[in-house]
Design a protein around this ligand. Structure first.
Ligand code: SF4
Length: 81
């Protein structure tokens, strides 16, 4: 069963040499966002050198009620009208 351990380790290691733009932006851990925010954040992720590691981690962790936020250019929360 995948739990994202090795993917998390790879992402953490990559973050040692690059601080992502999302790091102090609370929108990236939000449960709900407006469409304009989603578009802006997707653009931020597209410019991020960590996107491959970030997306791999997001794809590796089990989906549950607590899984939300923005990972590797993909929003896993609720898009507001
Ligand atoms: S790709 Fe991941 S680490 Fe990079 S800005 Fe987006 S959410 Fe943050």
């Amino acid at each position: 069963m995948k739990n994202g351990g090795s993917e998390y380790e790879a992402l953490s290691t990559a973050m040692l040499s690059h601080s992502p733009a999302c790091q102090n932006d609370d929108r990236f851990t939000a449960d709900a966002l407006r469409p304009q925010e989603v578009r802006e954040m997707r653009d931020t992720c597209r410019a991020c050198p960590l996107i491959v590691h970030c997306r791999s981690y997001a794809n590796a962790i089990p989906r549950g009620v607590a899984f939300a936020g923005f990972w590797g250019g993909q929003f896993y929360g609720k898009e507001l009208p």
